[in-house]
Design a protein around this ligand. Structure first.
Ligand SMILES: Nc1ncnc2c1ncn2[C@@H]1O[C@H](COP(=O)(O)OP(=O)(O)OP(=O)(O)O)[C@@H](O)[C@H]1O
Length: 240
C-alpha cells in the first residue's frame, strides 16, 4: 500500500482535555477512507490537524512522503490537498459559475478555464443555476458547489468534513455518487461522516475513533460486523 497521508502518534489537547491521542492513520493512494465515531470522538479535531487548521500537541503528519506537520493549510493545498469544511462558505452574492471561476483561476485560464467550468457545472448538475447567486441555492446545492470549488484545485487528496450534513436522503445519495465518480477518476478521499448509510455507500476503508483514539480500522464489512463498534455507538463503551 502506498500511503498518501500518514499520521504518526498524532495528538492534540485543549488544556487538560485530550481531544486526539496517539493516532496513527494511513490513507492509501486511491481509496475512499471514512473517519467515523460517536459524538466527541475527536473526528473534527483530527480532520483539522490533517488540514493544518490546528497545530498538533504531539506527533507528525506526512503528506506524499513529506513531513508537513509545521506547514500551514495553504502550503498543504499547494502540495495537493483540498479541504471542504462542514459549513458551506460559498460567495453568496456571486453567481454559481463565478464561484467556480474563483477556484479555477488557481489552476487555469482562458479557454481551458471555460471548459473546466462547464464540465464542473455539469458534474454538479448546476448548469441551470450557473447565473444565479450562490446564496439562493438550496443547502444541498451549496454543499455541491463547494465540493466543486475544492475539486477545481485538482487535489490528490480531498478532505470532506460531513459533506452530507443537513441533506435529504436523495441529496445524500447523489453526493455519494459524485464522490465515487471523483474517486474513480483517481482522487483519494478522507471523509468525516456520521450517516452510516452514506458511509456504507462510499467507504472502502474505515477508521473508527473513540475518546480521541483509534478504536478500530479496516474494511467496511469488517467494521460493520464488529460488535465492539456497535457498542460504542450505543454508548456502552463509555466509562470503561
Ligand atoms: N477548540 C476546542 N477547544 C476545547 N475543546 C475542544 C475544542 N474542539 C474540540 N474540543 C473537545 O475535544 C473533543 C473532541 O471533539 P471533536 O469535535 O473533535 O469530536 P467529533 O468526533 O468531531 O464530534 P462530533 O461528531 O460531535 O462533531 C470533545 O470533547 C470536544 O469538546
Amino acid at each position: 500500500m502506498t500511503a498518501i497521508l500518514q499520521t504518526r502518534a498524532l495528538g492534540k489537547h485543549f488544556g487538560g482535555l485530550s481531544a486526539v491521542s496517539d493516532v496513527n492513520l494511513e490513507v492509501a493512494a486511491g481509496e475512499i477512507h471514512c473517519l467515523i465515531g460517536p459524538n466527541g470522538a475527536g473526528k473534527s479535531t483530527l480532520f483539522k490537524l490533517v488540514a493544518g487548521t490546528y497545530a498538533p500537541s504531539d506527533g507528525e503528519v506526512l503528506f506524499r512522503g513529506e513531513n508537513v506537520t509545521r506547514r500551514k493549510t495553504y502550503e498543504r493545498v499547494e502540495r495537493g490537498m483540498s479541504v471542504k469544511l462542514q459549513v458551506p462558505s460559498v460567495f453568496r452574492e456571486l453567481p454559481v459559475a463565478q464561484n467556480l471561476e474563483v477556484a479555477l483561476q488557481r489552476k487555469s485560464s482562458g479557454r481551458a478555464l471555460e471548459r473546466e467550468k462547464q464540465r464542473l457545472l455539469e458534474f454538479l448538475q448546476l448548469q441551470d443555476d450557473a447565473d444565479r447567486p450562490a446564496g439562493i441555492l438550496s443547502h444541498g446545492q451549496q454543499q455541491w458547489l463547494e465540493i466543486g470549488m475544492a475539486v477545481a484545485l485538482e487535489p490528490a487528496l480531498l478532505l470532506l468534513d460531513e459533506p452530507t450534513a443537513g441533506m435529504s436522503p436523495f441529496e445524500t445519495e447523489r453526493t455519494g455518487e459524485m464522490i465515487k465518480r471523483l474517486n474513480a477518476e483517481g482522487m483519494t478521499m478522507l471523509v468525516v461522516e456520521h450517516d452510516m448509510t452514506f458511509v456504507r455507500q462510499i467507504a472502502q476503508r474505515i477508521t473508527v475513533l473513540h475518546l480521541g483514539r483509534v478504536f478500530a480500522q479496516g474494511g467496511i464489512d469488517a467494521i460493520i460486523a464488529d460488535p465492539r463498534v456497535e457498542e460504542i455507538y450505543l454508548g456502552k463503551g463509555h466509562g470503561h
